[in-house]
Design a protein around this ligand. Structure first.
Ligand code: NDP
Ligand code: 8X3
Length: 257
């Protein structure tokens, strides 16, 4: 295992779920954290917890990854001691709605495309050149099983995650000859705020997604992200599909009766 101590790890969508769990995992190993999201109070709360437990340096960014101008400005304005990002975890993302495509909400589609695809691209475009210049870096994208298999009514969300998968593959090819690594960590069902966001705040409907089954936890995915980041420099974990034991495919979830 290679140490990430004192490496600068930028995590998007760190205010909740998988992103917050990744922050905890890297902090435990002594990394310096740049935590980005729109909800600053949530980031401040997480930073206070991490500071108390691990005492690592943390820099918070108020950032909407879907806003290209904002991404550019915020990243350009990083203080010099934070600007050499070693590991970028492109985690910010969401699903909105679960509808037949022909009845879909176009605003939902745009939010998913702008966040899951364009946001990930903006972050990558602005940070990877520095990695190449320094000859050191790792991009870890959070994809999904939805990028491997489309499920009914998943249409646009699945499309965005299929795009993440293709972009991860393409980025690795375009970085040919450089030591920069690219990984895609692709989970099945993880219990986070994901379903509440998908169902526009309908907590009752969101809860049914995880009812009487054992989904993955955000910590399970952070373990895998951390594993990818701590392999020796010559090892690139390209893609990891991580499913709950109770979910052999997106449409099959075993529920206890
Ligand atoms: P959560 O809803 O718990 O967390 C999503 C995070 O993304 C939040 O921190 C949110 O922060 C951030 N985010 C959303 N939109 C933006 C934006 N425009 N700019 C910046 N940050 C944004 O869900 P998860 O932790 O489950 O999701 C994390 C990733 O994992 C997503 O890419 C998701 O698609 C993927 N995934 C999730 C699975 C699951 O079953 N939960 C399975 C497979 C993949 P804020 O609102 O504060 O900006
Ligand atoms: C999240 C997993 O199956 O809800 O990407 O699309 S799923």
């Amino acid at each position: 295992m290679v140490s990430v101590k004192n490496q600068i790890v930028l995590i998007t969508g760190a205010s909740s779920g998988i992103g917050a769990a990744c922050a905890q995992a890297f902090a435990q190993a002594g990394a310096k954290l740049i935590l980005a999201a729109r909800r600053q109070e949530r980031l401040q709360q997480l930073a206070a917890e991490i500071d108390k437990e691990f005492g690592v340096p943390i820099h918070l960014l108020s950032l909407d990854v879907s806003d290209r101008a904002q991404v550019e400005t915020v990243l350009q304005d990083l203080p010099p001691e934070w600007s050499s990002v070693d590991i970028l975890v492109n985690n910010a993302g969401l699903s909105r709605g679960l509808d037949n495509l022909q009845e879909g909400n176009i605003q939902d589609w745009e939010e998913m495309i702008d966040t899951n695809i364009k946001g990930l691209l903006y972050m990558t475009r602005f940070l990877v050149p520095g990695m190449v210049e320094r000859g050191h870096g790792h991009v870890i994208n959070i994809g999904s099983v939805a990028g491997h298999q489309t499920y009914p009514k998943g249409n646009v969300y699945c499309g965005t995650k299929a795009a993440v998968r293709a972009i991860s593959e393409g980025l690795k090819q375009d970085l040919f000859g450089t030591p920069i690594r690219v990984s895609s960590v692709d989970p099945g069902m993880v219990e986070t705020e994901f379903s509440q966001v998908r169902f526009h705040g309908d907590a009752e409907r969101a809860a049914t997604v995880y009812q009487n089954t054992t989904p993955l936890t955000a910590g399970d995915i952070a373990d895998v992200v951390f594993f990818c980041a701590t392999r020796p420099a010559h090892v690139n974990i390209s893609e990891v599909l991580v499913m709950p034991t109770a979910q052999p495919s997106p449409t099959m979830v075993h529920r206890r009766s």
